[in-house]
Design a protein around this ligand. Structure first.
Ligand SMILES: Nc1ncnc2c1ncn2[C@@H]1O[C@H](COP(=O)(O)OP(=O)(O)OP(=O)(O)O)[C@@H](O)[C@H]1O
Ligand SMILES: [Mg+2]
Length: 331
């Protein structure tokens, strides 16, 4: 069975083609560079860029996969969460393809896509804890099975990726900030700035206080000291994000006794965080899984995977309206 996944919820235009449950035939991702000059994604520009490039991305994905639209059995498209105008472009495109080629088009929750990116290469041991960390979400989820999710805690303010993006801006780095912080942090001292664990007693996360603490510290330094300690600040925020995530994960492990931990979303691409998670799991005797680096940030293959798995279980949905704040269905 061939599934085409279409992703356009934010600033990546992507089409991925998946054969059955785990064979990636192609995964073409266009990251819209145009937003970097504004320091963040401009919604209207994102929609226009999706519109301009989505057809070319599909053609590339089909060519690389060695398929034609006629060979595709199922189309999955992200219907939320995301930017409404950006979502609409992918949805209209998917609907058009479905009508023209007489193929079923199913709705995909972007967050479920990020989670299931882990299940393409790995035989994840269930139940698992999912640490979903992206530009818009920070959610700790107890997952009994595919389609069976329960959110244990989420951020009450900024998402982890957003915290990286905002601190990067304070440090005068480019957008997206996560990869820039990671690069710079490799030369810094992670113990330079002590940053606290937020709301210790609750399972929820908070990153805005850490970001503000970094801002006041950095702005209080002379130009010369800012230059000297930029890498140290980057390493300190990276450590603080990992510490905060692992603190709440530790609480959740004690309560829920999962067999494994997985990390999902753009921040999962951070090698320091992956290493910290790996060590943490090794010390506690549970398995750790992370998606391949190319499947951490937004991509069409994760959408295809979620569409395929739901279709297989007959839990697919055909409501193709864009829902900017779409939630995971919890059981
Ligand atoms: N190596 C990295 N280290 C830390 N953060 C990273 C890294 N690579 C990407 N990120 C962060 O991941 C985020 C982008 O991830 P993703 O594409 O999953 O988010 P999104 O799609 O914008 O949000 P959502 O998935 O919540 O809708 C950005 O905030 C970016 O800074
Ligand atoms: Mg995403």
């Amino acid at each position: 069975m061939i599934t085409l996944g279409i992703e356009s919820s934010c600033d990546e235009t992507s089409c991925g083609i998946l054969e059955n449950s785990d064979r990636i035939l192609s995964n073409i991702v266009l990251t819209q560079e145009i937003h970097s000059q504004f320091g963040g994604v401009v919604p209207e520009i994102a929609s226009r860029e999706h519109n301009k490039f989505i057809y070319g991305i599909l053609e590339k994905a089909l060519n690389e996969a060695g398929c034609k639209m006629e060979d595709v059995d199922l189309i999955g498209v992200t219907t939320g969460p995301g930017l409404i105008g950006a979502l609409m472009v992918g949805i209209a495109f998917a609907k058009g393809l479905g009508l023209a080629y007489n193929k079923p088009v199913v709705a995909v929750n972007h967050i479920e896509g990020h989670i299931l990116a882990n299940f393409i290469e790995h035989d994840v041991k269930l139940p698992t804890l999912v640490m979903m960390v992206s530009g818009g979400h920070t959610e700790l989820i107890f997952m009994k099975n595919i389609g069976k999710y329960h959110v244990l805690g989420r951020t009450i303010d900024d998402a982890a990726g957003e915290a990286f993006d905002k601190v990067a801006r304070i440090l005068g780095l480019g957008y997206p900030g996560g990869p820039e912080i990671e690069k710079l942090a490799s030369e810094g001292d992670e113990n330079y700035l002590k940053l606290p664990i937020a709301i210790k007693k609750e399972p929820d996360f908070s990153f805005s206080g850490i970001k503000t603490a970094v801002m006041y510290h950095f702005k209080g330094l002379s130009k010369e000291m800012q230059e000297k300690h930029r890498a140290d600040v980057a390493a300190s925020i990276q450590k603080a994000v990992a510490d905060n995530l692992l603190y709440k994960i530790e609480m959740a492990i004690k309560k829920n006794m999962p067999k494994s931990l997985i990390i999902s979303g753009g921040v999962a691409a951070n090698k320091y965080i992956r290493k910290r998670f790996e060590e943490f799991c090794r010390e506690r005797g549970i398995l750790f899984f992370a998606p391949p680096l190319t499947l951490c940030t937004d991509n069409g293959i994760m959408v295809a995977k979620a569409a395929f798995e739901n279709f297989k279980r007959k839990t697919e949905t055909y409501n193709l309206n864009p829902v900017p704040n779409l939630k995971l269905i919890e059981v």
